[in-house]
Design a binder for this molecule. Sequence first.
Ligand code: ZN
Length: 309
Amino acid sequence: MVRPQAVTILDTTLRDGLQIEKTIVPTDTKVALAERLIAAGLRQIEVGSFVNPKKVPQMADTDDLLRRLQPHEDDGVEFFTLVFNRKGAERAAAAGAKNIKLVLSASEGHSRANSDAPIAQATERLLAAADYARDHGIRFDITTAVSFICPFDGITPADRLVEVLRPFVEAGAHGIGIADTIGNANPSLVRTNTSAVLAAFPDHPLGLHLHDTYNFGMANVIAALDLGVASFDSAMGGLGGCPFAPGAAGNIGTDDLVHLLHREGVATGVDVEALAEVRGPLVAAVGHELGSSLSQIPAVPAALAGASR
Ligand code: ZN
């Protein structure tokens, strides 16, 4: 498999990035941040999660936020939200969602922590959401948490990962996302499990969702890129983390990801300078500095700017 020449970046700053922040960012601020991300060229934005607002109050405005951003769909922007059950799918439909992501844990330990249910029961709930989405013309993807390694159960076997995904592919899922929820996968593990999913479901677009707890994030991007993966999730400045996975750190930074891909000659459609302008308002919104490498060294040397595209 050759490396893709272009990659799609799904920016999850507003969802994964903000879901564990102490500050509850107002909807107006989220809209403004999304508009800056769109202005920078990002065309896939994850805006929130249809979860119990008592459990994750940072995501309580997902319905409203999605509605307010929808005019940008005319510019070719796709908005994504996470759904965990049929009720979530109903909320997504009511808010006019065109794409949702159904989220399942690939390990029993994380499934219990994240959705209070074993995998079999969570699968049933999610398949009901899939039915609802299909009946209402909403495209759905299936995303697995802890796809490589789990803080409770250890390494996720590749065949296990394929088997938890299968019912959703059979139910009509469009894309597949596999997440390193705690950012503890290493490139060999990424290669093993990603290859298995690519081999099992070659006709479904595959995206990777990576966190950067141990600085393995960018090495994992390269490993996946070399397998032909052409879609990655990231959050501006490396914000993010899972409230139900102990030890999870931030996502790979959208800024760092764009920088790496451009340096490797892979197109993203993102304007580096416009993207940098998201940083200031984001710091103001969350009230602290960001963790991505480029947030620490904001100026890319001019000699390297020509390598960007
Ligand atoms: Zn995540």
